[in-house]
Write a protein that binds this ligand. Structure first.
Ligand code: PMP
Length: 411
């Protein structure tokens, strides 16, 4: 019998049905997640009853301080940080990435001016290093293999005496490939270089232990663990010197000024606590559904391919390519039947450019355009998978019949 999972109550999507008359299935969890009900409950009192400012000297200032420090501890526990003080709350992953890269660069200018990133980093990382180049910093992008694994020997060769930082995603948000974190951190530290990792795609899905992994700075986002949006955190290992990028009243030990958003901190803390407790069970269930999708698609749809690593991949990620047709057309076809998926990073989706991640894995532009990303989450059900596996082959078949690229004998 299927084990009942209390954390997996399906959110009410009825309100959207007017626009979409069919069954609704959300398989685009990488673009955003509904907030866990228990997180909302935990946040609730901090909007009205416990509204004080943690900086106040009167008694209204005490409970928010306690709540904030409890949340910090829960986030620290999720990633195995030694000391909750190593967690700085931010407005999200973009800000955490900015604080990590600009913070290290500006603080350590006297030691060097070189930063290494991988070719499959999130656009926020790419744009931050472009910005830093205006201030005299130099960047090297290291390539990846066909699965999205960072090219190790090339990475080592790029390290120079003036290299300050290596920034690599813990796992990739598009193709789901998990990087060999321990090996990368050993290499960075052998050369006395700091390691930053963007763990947005991986957090809450696979265990992360910043101490065992040997990570100096780690980017986290609250919504990616079913917490509220507009909240994130940066883990900064004790002793890592960084320059703040926001100046003001000195909150967050001077590293992130601005009056604290206590409800969202509490929300992220609760989300981290739930993730730590339930990740193993949820990820196993999600992976089983994901595997059913991958196996069925590859077995039953001709000329379909899986992108990313076959095994070293996030449990919720299925990323396919289909010959002769474009990912956007498949996305729209699925959308008409009430299924929400993506063709890559939500941040780049509207530009309709080929994904830089797929191009970095060696795909041609036309191949990259045929790709489709399904990301599952804890509210998906086996019935969702049944529906996707019923509709997806129909959509692909119809599009291939219409496509001028499909050879006649395959129509
Ligand atoms: N890093 C990664 C890997 C992401 O997928 C995203 C987008 N969810 C970000 C950073 C930026 O996150 P946000 O837009 O929440 O700041």
């Amino acid at each position: 019998m299927e084990e009942k999972n209390d954390s997996c109550k399906v959110p009410d999507l009825e309100s959207l049905k007017e626009k979409k008359p069919t069954r609704l299935v959300f398989m685009d969890y990488v673009s955003g997640k509904p907030v866990d009900e228990r997180v909302l409950e935990a946040m609730q009192p901090y909007h009205r009853e416990i509204f004080g400012n943690p900086s106040s000297l009167h008694i209204f200032g005490d409970p928010p301080v306690e709540a904030m420090e409890d949340a910090r501890k829960k986030v620290a526990d999720l990633i195995g940080a030694k000391d909750p003080k190593e967690i700085v709350f931010t407005s999200g992953a973009t800000e955490s990435n900015n604080l990590a890269l600009k913070g290290v660069a500006f603080r350590n200018q006297s030691k060097g001016n070189h930063i290494i990133i991988s070719a499959i980093e999130h656009i926020s990382i790419i744009n931050i290093v472009k910005y830093l180049e205006k201030f005299g910093f130099k960047t090297t992008q290291v390539g990846v293999d066909k699965y999205g694994i960072v090219e190790f020997d090339k990475l080592e060769k790029q390290i120079k005496p003036e290299t300050l930082l290596i920034s690599i995603n813990y796992a990739n948000n598009e193709i789901g490939t998990i990087e060999p974190v321990k090996e990368i951190s050993k290499m960075a530290h052998d050369h006395n270089v700091l390691l930053h990792m963007d763990a947005v795609a991986a957090e809450g899905q696979i265990p992360i232990d910043v101490q065992k992994d040997g990570i100096d700075l780690l980017t986290l986002s609250s919504n990616d663990i079913y917490g509220p949006r507009g909240m994130g955190a940066l883990y900064i290992k004790t002793g890592t010197m960084i320059e703040p990028i926001i100046q003001g009243g000195g909150q967050e030990r001077g590293l992130r000024s601005g009056t604290e958003d206590i409800p969202s901190m509490v929300g992220m803390g609760k989300a981290a606590e739930i993730a730590k407790k339930e990740m193993k069970k949820d990820s196993a269930r999600i992976q089983k559904m994901r595997d059913r999708i991958i196996n069925t698609v590859l077995d039953t749809i001709d000329r379909s391919y899986l992108d990313g690593h076959p095994t070293q991949r996030l449990p919720n990620n299925a990323h396919f390519r289909f010959d002769y047709i474009e990912g956007e057309a498949i996305l729209l076809g699925l959308n008409m039947r009430g299924i929400a998926v993506s063709t890559g990073s939500a941040c780049a989706a509207k530009r309709l450019e080929a994904s830089h991640v797929l191009l970095a894995t060696g795909l041609l532009k036309e191949e990259a355009h045929g790709s489709l990303e399904l990301t599952l989450g804890k509210y998906n059900t086996e019935e969702d998978v049944d529906y996707v596996l019923e509709v997806l082959p129909q959509v692909i078949d119809r599009l291939r019949k219409l496509s001028p690229l499909t050879p006649k004998n395959e129509k």
